[in-house]
Design a protein. Structure first.
Length: 200
C-alpha cells in the first residue's frame, strides 16, 4: 500500500519493460476495488486483482505499454473502461468513459477527467473527498507526458494540464503517474510556463 485513509487505500506494482505503474484503488468499507492500467505481467495482475477484490479496470490511455494485460483481466470477468477517442488502441473495451462522469467504487466516487494531448483519449481519475489523482501519462514530476507519438499534441496536453488539473485541484493533491515517482499539484504548478517555453 502506498497511501491510505479510513475510506480507501491505494496499492501500486511496477510491471513490464517500461516500468509501468499499475494501481489498485480500494474502498475499505466495502472491499470493492478497481485496477488502473492493466499494463503487463497478466498473471501478477490477476493475482493482485483477486487478492484486493478488483471488479473493473480503468484505462488512462491506449498506448501499448498500458494495455497488455487487458485480455487476461477481461477474460477473468472484469469490466474494462476506456475513453472512446483511444478505442482503436485498446485490445478490448467494455464501457466508454465520459468526461466528468462519476464512477462508484464501493462508497468511493471517482471522477473521470478527459485530458487529451498524450493521446486523444488520455484520461485522469480523481477520487473525490481525497487528495488522490491518477494522472496516467498526462502529468509527471517535471512536466507533461510525451507528445511526439501519433495522436499526441503539445498545445493540447498543456491546455489539459492547465485547465483540467492545475486549475482544478489544490496544491496538496497527490499525483500518481503512469511511470515513476509521485508528485503533487503544488510542486508542479509553478513550472507550467517553463514547460511551455521549452516546448516539451
Amino acid at each position: 500500500m502506498i497511501w491510505g485513509s479510513a475510506a480507501l487505500d491505494v496499492h501500486r506494482v511496477v510491471v513490464g519493460p517500461l516500468a509501468n505503474n499499475v494501481y489498485v484503488l480500494r474502498c475499505r468499507r466495502t472491499a470493492t476495488a478497481v485496477l488502473i492500467d492493466a499494463a503487463d505481467e497478466t498473471e501478477r495482475l490477476l493475482a493482485l486483482a483477486d487478492d484486493l477484490g478488483v471488479t473493473d479496470v480503468l484505462e488512462t490511455h491506449g498506448h501499448h505499454d498500458h494495455v497488455g494485460a487487458i485480455p487476461g483481466l477481461r477474460d477473468s470477468g472484469r469490466t474494462v473502461w476506456g475513453h472512446p477517442d483511444d478505442e482503436a488502441l485498446f485490445p478490448a473495451l467494455d464501457r466508454r468513459l465520459v468526461h466528468d462522469q462519476i464512477l462508484e467504487v464501493g462508497e468511493l466516487r471517482v471522477r473521470v477527467i478527459h485530458t487529451p494531448g498524450h493521446t486523444p483519449g488520455s484520461t485522469c481519475f480523481a477520487v473525490e473527498g481525497s487528495p488522490i489523482l491518477f494522472s496516467g501519462d498526462t502529468l509527471f514530476p517535471g512536466g507533461p507526458g510525451a507528445t511526439t507519438f501519433e495522436g499526441g499534441d503539445f498545445a493540447t496536453i498543456i491546455a489539459s494540464i492547465d485547465q483540467r488539473l492545475l486549475g482544478r485541484f489544490g496544491d496538496e493533491v497527490l499525483v500518481l503517474p503512469g511511470h515513476g515517482a509521485p508528485t503533487t499539484v503544488g510542486v508542479e504548478r509553478p513550472h507550467l510556463a517553463e514547460w511551455v517555453a521549452r516546448g516539451w
